[in-house]
Design a protein around this ligand. Structure first.
Ligand code: FAD
Ligand code: UDP
Length: 382
């Protein structure tokens, strides 16, 4: 009855399903355990009519033309250059730390001198990861590195990961490099913004295809089982392609122990005032227990809405308890080795494919995830 079964209706599952359905005329069943599609990109109007991102703020950004074009088939965009500020003392300073930030932190004479030094050392427009900047032996550069380390990275990273910047994968802090430019944007990608009517309607259009059926509120473990490299769907052998975008350890009852993840508690508040912080995202890099506050109207462009809704993010170690969501894989050798043990359990099933931030235990942005899904769907058509 189905040619393919896709587990999960997030970016990975939805993009792969659409491609297989329309390019290869495959009959695709998507099984999603939540009550909605769109995975962690899901957005919905709250009780006050403000569009909120239930699983944390999501901004689409990419340099990948094919991904931008693919999504643009299903949505128009509210395009903007996403800017973030960090609250340091009473000041709001641009993050990533850039030359504007440098001039806010130091007096003019010193900032001018340091700016020249950074440009000579790294080149105008370059992006320098904080852990690289800290290795520089020049006293001036070290001073900047120390300022950025202490005021931007140390406490935020301790909250987010429960570890110091030097203890986590450099790939993670490298996502927010020091910018040797006056660009205040968080991302430097060509395309950035959010779908004009929200992410969920974009996913609805993507999945609106005669060959796609979506089954919500259903855990795939109710339908799928495995024995001796054979996949069973409702107890019958299934020889079509299966794409799995959930956590790999869960599929095997965590038999080797749980894959470690960081999770987040989102505290939403609606305020009877038209503006709370005047910015879409303020990072709390030296104080508070939460990492950041998002004020949605500045993210979605609902600037005329009455009142405002904000969300605070409180990180914690995922335990697998009911209701917790694994958001971030914790990238290190030990966890990767554990992941590989689980991966071996499925390596003999040639029609079973791991795709997604959970299933691949990787740190993907939306665009990279979409690209990976497009590639897998193309591969499966050969
Ligand atoms: P998901 O969106 O997690 O989808 C997986 C789906 O599978 C879920 O819906 C889940 O319910 C379902 N599922 C799992 N197990 C089962 C099962 N057993 N049975 C049935 N269904 C199952 N990226 C950006 O590009 N820009 C951003 O601004 C950005 N902000 C982010 C903010 C936060 C707080 C987080 C956590 C991530 C952010 N990301 C951002 C990353 C982005 O969320 C991911 O790239 C994207 O969601 C990955 O899609 P996915 O399909 O792999 O995962
Ligand atoms: N980070 C930080 N301070 C900031 C912003 C980021 O310390 O103001 C660090 C932190 O460790 C974070 C990582 O850089 O987890 C990556 O930040 P990014 O904004 O890319 O995280 P995400 O959007 O994935 O939560």
């Amino acid at each position: 009855m189905y040619d393919c079964i896709v587990i999960g209706a997030g970016v990975a599952g939805a993009v792969a399903a659409r491609k297989l359905a329309e390019e290869a005329d495959k009959k695709v069943l998507i099984v999603e355990r939540r009550k909605h599609i769109a995975g962690n990109c899901y957005d919905v109007a709250d009780d006050y009519g403000i569009l909120i991102h239930e699983y944390g703020p999501h901004i689409f950004h990419t340099n990948l033309e094919e991904v931008y074009e693919f999504f643009s088939r299903f949505t128009d965009w509210y395009a903007f250059g996403h800017e973030v500020v960090a609250k340091v003392g009473e000041e709001l300073i641009p993050v990533p730390f850039n030359l504007n930030t440098l001039h806010m932190v130091y007096d003019k004479e010193k900032a001018d001198r340091l700016e020249q030094k950074l440009i000579v050392t790294y080149g105008e427009g370059s992006r320098v990861p904080i852990m690289k900047l800290r290795e520089n032996e020049d006293a001036d550069v070290r001073e900047i590195a120390q300022y950025v380390y202490e005021n931007v990275f140390l406490k935020y990273t301790m909250k987010q990961w429960g570890q110091k910047p030097e203890e986590i994968s450099p790939e993670v802090t490298g996502r927010v490099p020091v910018l040797i430019s006056y660009d205040n944007r968080y991302f430097q990608d060509k395309y950035q913004g959010v779908p004009k009517d929200g992410f969920t309607p974009m996913f609805e259009k993507m999945l609106d295809h005669k060959n796609i059926e979506v089954m919500l509120d259903t855990d795939c473990r109710e339908l799928l089982s495995f024995a001796e490299n054979q996949i069973y769907f409702k107890g019958e052998p299934f020889n079509g392609e299966v794409i799995y975008t959930g956590a790999l350890d869960e599929l095997f009852d965590c038999r080797f122990g749980r894959l470690p993840y960081r999770s987040l508690d989102f505290h939403f508040e609606h305020l009877d005032e038209d503006s709370y912080q005047g910015h879409s995202v303020v990072n709390y890099t030296v104080s508070e227990d939460f990492t950041r506050i998002t004020e949605f109207k500045y993210l979605t462009g609902q600037l005329d809405a009455k009142g405002t809704t904000i969300v605070k993010e409180y990180p914690f170690a995922y335990t697998g308890a009911e209701g917790e969501i694994p958001y971030y894989a914790i990238l290190n050798e030990e966890n990767e080795a554990l992941y590989q043990r689980y991966k071996e359990l499925v390596s003999g099933m040639k029609n079973f494919h791991l795709l997604g931030r959970l299933a691949e235990y990787k740190y993907y942005n939306i665009d990279a995830m979409a690209k990976k899904a497009m590639e897998l769907a193309e591969e499966l058509q050969k």
